[in-house]
Design a protein around this ligand. Sequence first.
Ligand code: PMP
Length: 471
Amino acid sequence: DELPAAERDLVARRERLLGQAYRLFYERPIEIVRGEGTRLYDADGAEYLDVYNNVPSVGHSHPRVVEAIARQAATLNTHTRYLSRGILDYSDDLLATLPPGIDNAMFTCTGSEANDLALRLAKGVTGNQGVIVTRNAYHGVTTEVAAISPSLGGENTVAPWVRIVDAPTGDGSEFVRQVVAATDALRQSAHGLAAVIVDTVFASDGVVPGRHLPGSPGFLAPVVAATRAAGGLFIADEVQPGFGRLGSWPSAARTSTGTGTGTDTGTGTGSGTGRAAHDTDFTAPESGLWGFARHTIVPDIVTLGKPMGNGMPIAAMLARRDLVDAFGAEMRYFNTFGGNPVSIAAAQATLDVVRDEHLPQNATAVGRYLVSQLTALAGTAAEIGDIRGAGLFIGVDIVDAHGQPDEARTVALLNELRRRHVLIGASGLANNTLKVRPPLPFSISDADRFLTELEGALTTLRHQRRSRPSA
Ligand code: PMP
């Protein structure tokens, strides 16, 4: 389609004013002016299904979040060096969803700052410099976290103190082997090991949610053990998976974190607790809010961002009290906007909505439906390879006739879906993994619309290839 003059002007202005480093989505860029729930609307009022956005996680322009922001903005918004109850109430509420031991919260405005702070803390406390990351990891934009983000520019762009391991596949055993080798190598180097940091759903590496087997630790458990044995800290980057995206699940984390009852794995014969297997107890350490909990591990540091304020710039680093104390004894911390009253109001309303609207449960139900329907579609669509997912974070590999990653077809698919008013993105080392990551209120009928358009788009591309054999 020819780009209309108005859009051409906007693209040109953007290039002139913002410069070359910015990238737009789509061959035919789109001007989104309004959002509601799982829908987006362009400047002409046309409606789109959002299968991409994890930041407005409880839905675009959620009325409870909007109201909380407006009310607080009309009352007070200032820096964070006065006493304020809101930030303490929210911290209490948030920390109660994490395992005992993760007792402190420090607030920032972006996930990048949260990871930057986590690295500063890890390096300060361990006295070491070395950091282990995955091959296509992205952890943010500051100089320090860009230096641990190979997805920005490849191996040559990471710092000398960084070691890269392949992202997990299969049961994760090769990943564990590589991490253990890298921790040994760093321990023996002058850098030492400060931290292993992983996005616990491996979003930029192509989505690897890990397997949840109630009561059995996932592949991150031996990684955490090796990290600590080498003197480092384990940082769970929850910027992508956090706040319920991966759905709810029963878990035996309660026994392993030592709080006691171990009665509610959902696999026993007794129904004494009265809890359905899919119920999520948000005050228990096995809360379905966090990606790391799928692995039955307790990280040393947890970083949060994106969905935390449903679009307001709020992020956080959570950590063990002893680590924060050791850091605080050396250093003071002040972040002008981090955790300001309006951001906290947004974050509190967002967390309330996640709970009250049972969004992790919805993510589980709709995610399961999507995986089963995508698997059925893969039976007739040879372009669909592996499908991996948990909750409403599903990776769908797009492959060529030999089963190899097909980036060109993936990009064509994104553009064809956009033409069909379905917005979705891709990730992975070969950029051939469709990233199904919609706002959490995504419904079964939203899923059906997506599946219909996906099937239609694949068919359209097949016909185009046939009529343009040289393409
Ligand atoms: N960590 C991960 C895993 C991310 O995906 C991102 C953002 N894409 C960040 C950190 C950085 O967050 P922000 O853009 O808020 O700085």
